[in-house]
Design a protein around this ligand. Structure first.
Ligand code: ATP
Ligand code: MG
Length: 433
């Protein structure tokens, strides 16, 4: 019969008796009589003890066990208050599966070195905690949208129209054709589908040629987007708020230990689940900035990072800023029926200066107005014919939003830089390994 291995977590659950476990050497120390190995698997770590008197023949191998060696073992597990995770295994039998020599990662290495060795750094306790939380966040997004009746839908990555401005487009050499880009958003290919499915969502990579070096921009990021027919602007905001609350709840329920590894205080995150988000118009946000932060922003200018940061420092929940000036937002956002100078667009700003996590809007559904906005923004409506058909045949009020998954990971995990929110970050300067 093949050996039945337990995860380290399950072995500790069992707590006594014989267990077989497998994993990688996380730490090792020893004398010429005893060897202590902290073994790591995806579930936990545990201290394992090798006694020389049991392994006289194999002692040389044991003595030379190095960090990241993969190993299987069988032994007696017992509670031990002195062991780092409270349990210890007395090893009775073991097999080295893959040797490891001079593992290049030790303590106190520079962030650049760790990024160059990202393929190995993924094994660190820190990255493991982030990647587990990331997995829960993806699952929670799927769960949320399916629970409120959205269909999962897929748009192309190769696209021939742009929605978020030419300056961040990645051009692709498509068999010699040059008017092809990588998706910045699914939106223009999602809107046609709401006439079929009404409520749709996706989680897919988006690509933006971001030239600025900030702590919150990647060139390739995972974008959770939704689009719904018959929506009101308020419903779009409500959906965004409920989604974030659900994601946060799932992380808090399942990741106490991982948040501890990241030294992230859950008390800072709890208000997002418990309290309503703050909602204010752009115009009111300028007033708050002036009165409470002594920052003056001229009406009509987009909010800059520094202003968003100061604003969100005032609250312990996300702030939804609505009704931005038309000029600073994308062509597809609908004018406010009460004031055509502003649009029904919203940005969700995360607390503690983590910046924008969601951008959303009610869409312009009038054909002529949409064409005029395209022309104003220097686009040729001819290139958008397929998209404009959405306004020709049974147009309906609709809207949607995009959530940057790594942005929400950065916030929830309390990361200084978005690069740690994704396994292999891509930025202007980094595309390897
Ligand atoms: P920002 O002002 O921060 O550049 P944006 O206005 O360009 O954001 P949108 O076009 O509204 O962002 O995109 C929707 C969401 O995608 C944003 O709210 C953000 O969470 C995320 N996002 C946008 N650009 C990036 C990026 N370069 N890297 C990671 N996430 C991003
Ligand atoms: Mg941007």
């Amino acid at each position: 019969m093949p050996q039945k291995y337990l995860s380290i977590q399950d072995a500790m659950q069992q707590g006594s008796g014989t267990v077989s476990i497998r994993g990688w050497v996380h730490r090792e120390r020893g004398s010429n009589k005893l060897k202590f190995v902290v073994l790591r698997d995806s579930s936990n770590t545990i201290q394992c003890v090798f006694e020389r008197s049991n392994f006289e023949k194999e002692w040389d191998d044991i003595d030379h066990l190095q960090v990241e060696t993969s190993i299987t073992m069988t032994g007696e597990i017992k509670k031990d208050a002195r062991a780092p995770s409270g349990y210890e295994v007395q090893v009775k039998k073991f097999e080295i599966i893959g040797k490891s020599e001079n593992y290049p990662i030790s303590k106190d290495l520079s962030p650049e070195f760790l990024l160059d060795n990202r393929h190995l750094w993924l094994r660190s306790t820190r990255m493991q905690a982030i990647l587990k939380i990331r997995s829960t966040i993806f699952a929670a997004i799927h769960e949320y949208f399916r629970s409120v009746g959205f269909y999962e839908y897929h748009s192309p990555i190769f696209q021939a129209v742009q929605a978020e401005g030419g300056s961040t487009l990645f051009h692709v050499d498509y068999f010699g054709k040059k008017d092809v880009f990588l998706a910045q958003t699914w939106q223009l290919y999602a809107e046609p589908a709401i006439f079929s499915l009404e409520k749709i969502y996706t989680i897919s990579p988006s690509f933006r040629a971001e030239r600025s070096k900030t702590s919150r921009h990647l060139t390739e990021y995972w974008h959770a987007e939704m689009e719904m027919a018959w929506s009101t602007f308020k419903e779009i905001q409500d959906q965004g708020e409920s989604l974030i609350k659900h994601v946060m709840k799932k992380v808090l329920e399942n990741h106490e230990k991982d948040l501890k590894v990241l030294e992230r205080d859950p008390a800072k995150l709890l208000p997002t689940v418990k309290k309503p988000f703050v909602r204010m118009t752009y115009t009111d946000a300028l007033k708050v900035l002036k009165d409470k932060c002594k920052i003056r922003v001229q009406w009509g200018k987009d909010l800059r990072t520094i202003e968003e940061e100061e604003l969100t420092k005032l609250y312990d929940v996300p702030v939804i800023v609505t009704h931005y000036p038309k000029k600073v937002k994308a062509f597809y956002m609908v004018e406010d029926p009460k004031n055509p100078e502003v649009v029904e667009g919203c940005d969700f700003l995360a607390p503690e200066s983590h910046g924008e996590i969601i951008g959303g809007s009610q869409r312009e559904h009038d054909l002529e107005k949409l064409k005029a906005r395209l022309v104003e923004q220097g686009e040729d409506p001819k290139n958008y014919e397929f998209y404009l058909d959405t306004r020709r045949y049974g147009s309906v009020p609709h809207g949607g939003f995009g959530l940057g998954v790594e942005r929400i990971i950065k916030w929830i995990c309390g990361l200084d830089n978005i690069k740690d929110a994704i396994p292999f970050p891509r930025t202007m300067e980094r595309y390897k390994p």
